[in-house]
Design a protein around this ligand. Sequence first.
Ligand SMILES: [Ca+2]
Ligand SMILES: [Ca+2]
Length: 332
Amino acid sequence: MRTRSCLLIACSLLSASAWAKEPPALLENSLGMTFVHVPAGTFQMGSDEAAETLARDYPQYPKDRYAQLFDEAPVHTVRITRPFYLERTEVTVGQFRRFIEASGYVPESEADGTGGYGYNAAYDPDKSERGDAFEGRDRRYSWRNPGFVQSDDHPVVNISWNDAMALARWLTQKEGKVYRLPTEAEWEYACRAGTRTRYQNGDDPQGMPDVGNGFDPDAAQLWPKWQAFASVRRDGYTFTAPVASFQPNAFGLYDMHGNAWEWVSDWYGEDYYAHSPTDDPQGPATGNVRVRRGGSWHTWALYTRSSYRNWNTQETRYPLVGLRLLREAESQ
Ligand SMILES: [Ca+2]
Ligand SMILES: [Ca+2]
């Protein structure tokens, strides 16, 4: 949430017309999505934590895991030159349903006939070809059914990057406002909300259950071979949680850590940070896979850090991956 106290002091010196130009802190759109004003600013993007430091604080992981995080370095200065509005929560099941009903859009999992992935208690990853944690692709699974119960206020999942883009395009056309996915830099800037720590509430992995829904002891009961990676404390949710169930960050954004992974607009480039422009980086010009950020209800704490990067093809649909939209601020 924007802190208004210092603004009040500053603005008390200004005229009433200056007040009128102050952008609203919150906006609500035609699908009932709420957007938070995020100011322009500069931040340090990425992480260059030493493997030894990570090994000390995340002792469960094999050593080679830490070396795989090289794409978070180097830490580099990024300037977000324009304020924007970011959705306060992940897109919910109810919001996505309203989009489908109003637009007639057919999500990729249904359009290509191959379905999505889902949780099935009877499914054994060890007996499957890919050893995947979820069953699929299967036509019984889609955003409508990830194999576990979701009410309308849960984050929609089994959504491809292409589906996310279709939602943004439709809203842009319908409302005459520019909607899009955040860039990877905008996403991390918004997630950090002024912090330099691993999480919005500090560096301690065991603090994760206070700010987001991750892989906790209840989830670990269903995937017992990953028990060692679960948080010590329960977060209250075995699968997805209703959005905004945890503490927001300093910008007033919820579930930037965990619940559902969030697609961003960038192609993934593992060495992109070494040559990223400072101002409003857009990611590589081409690529094979798109970036997703923030981790999910099924993600271990090492991978719900603010700087962690992961990716999938833009056709991927999975019970861990959803989205959050950005709405561009109109020029003042
Ligand atoms: Ca959980
Ligand atoms: Ca999230």
